[in-house]
Design a protein around this ligand. Structure first.
Ligand code: PLP
Ligand code: COI
Length: 341
């Protein structure tokens, strides 16, 4: 590993450009072969579909360095499938079969000196994205697209690593019923910016969004799914058509059941049952598992018995097992780990 001048232990979740990124263009009805480039700047029309009508979607996944110094990526096939689903919903032509995984492999390989050393708590975050690059002025899909993927070494998403956070119940909605909440469209995040800036100004780390139709059920936060633990150690995760199907959440449900022998329930979660859970946390690629200590619902506080000092025992064990699988210390289920050589 060539030495990069990076303070790995103190990285935050922010953008540090690396040497290479991957780019492929869709023109005249087909995707070109794609290539690595050192050019981090995108040159597009002022009338590009992404600039006018926000026609874009993205993914997020991570590369990890194992104890024996291998580089692995976690479940890229799942991100490939979700990007495909996002593209279909946004009338973006999906990438050719296998192209996503190929791009991730080439990207990580070319930037392997940026994969943080084992044990630093840092990882290499990979951000693939597709956007309408061709001009549109009437509301319609763009005639041309770019797929790009870059990577950046990152630390924890929330300050304080695994310290419990405080969140609030948001008065804004994240996604409409039958809208785009279940895909990773950039527009979902644009409309959450006002809510997150306001939450931060008021001292909260995130927003808990409720279902927009009835505001009685828990959906997710701006960038992660919820995990709850009942007093009997059952893992409960909210089910809704307007939640992003988190790969971390789906992986954790498998780990809880098959590695830890816990019962898991993926079902609608009423907000009025949240106060009865023993533990609460957020999960996602960026968040990993972040414990929630307190939820503020317009001045009425829900304080979880796990407290504000550390994660509760079940979520701590789940996190440790997932990270162990990602780091190569615990044997992964078949197909979860893709080694980059
Ligand atoms: N929910 C939202 C809104 C997200 O942005 C993310 C991040 O990708 C997640 C959930 C977690 O998904 P994943 O575990 O696939 O990263
Ligand atoms: C991820 O976890 O990969 C995400 O895209 C979440 C984002 C809010 C950083």
């Amino acid at each position: 590993m060539e030495k990069k001048n990076i303070d790995w232990e103190n990285l935050t979740f922010s953008y540090t450009p690396t040497d290479y990124r991957y780019v492929s263009t869709y023109r005249d009805g087909k995707w070109d072969e794609g290539e690595l480039t050192t050019d981090a700047t995108v040159h597009i029309s002022e009338c590009a579909g992404v600039l006018q009508y926000s026609q874009s979607c993205f993914e997020g996944l991570k590369a990890y360095r194992t104890k024996d110094n291998r580089i692995v990526v976690f479940r890229p096939d799942m991100n490939a499938q979700r990007l495909h689903d996002s593209c279909k919903r946004l009338e973006i032509p999906p990438l050719p079969e296998g192209r996503f995984e190929e791009s991730v492999e080439k990207l990580v390989h070319a930037n392997k000196d940026y994969v943080p050393p084992y044990g630093t708590g840092a990882t290499l975050y990979i951000r693939p994205f597709v956007f309408g690059s061709g001009p549109v002025i009437g509301v319609s899909p763009a005639p041309e697209y770019q797929y790009r993927a870059f990577c950046t070494p990152v630390g924890a998403y929330f300050k304080g690593r695994v310290k419990p956070i405080v969140i609030r119940v948001s008065d804004y909605d994240r996604a409409a019923p039958r809208g785009t909440g279940n895909i990773k469209a950039g527009l979902n995040y644009a409309m959450s910016l006002h809510a997150i800036v306001e939450a931060h100004q008021q001292g909260y780390s995130e927003n808990m969004y409720l279902d927009p139709a009835t505001r009685t059920k828990v959906e997710e936060t701006g960038g992660a799914n919820f995990l709850f633990v009942t007093k009997d150690n059952v893992i409960v995760t909210p089910k809704s058509d307007s939640i992003l199907p988190s790969i971390t959440r789906r992986s954790l449900m498998y780990v809880a059941e098959h590695y830890l022998g816990l019962k898991v329930e993926h079902r609608e979660v009423r907000f009025d049952e949240v106060k009865d859970f023993a533990e609460c946390g957020l999960c996602g690629t960026a968040a990993v598992i972040c414990p929630v200590g307190k939820i503020d619902n317009h001045g009425e506080e829900i304080c979880f018995p796990s407290g504000m000092e550390e994660a509760g025992p079940v979520l701590a064990k789940l996190r440790q097992t997932l990270v162990g699988i990602q780091d190569g210390e615990i044997e992964a289920p078949e197909g979860w780990i893709r080694e980059i050589k």
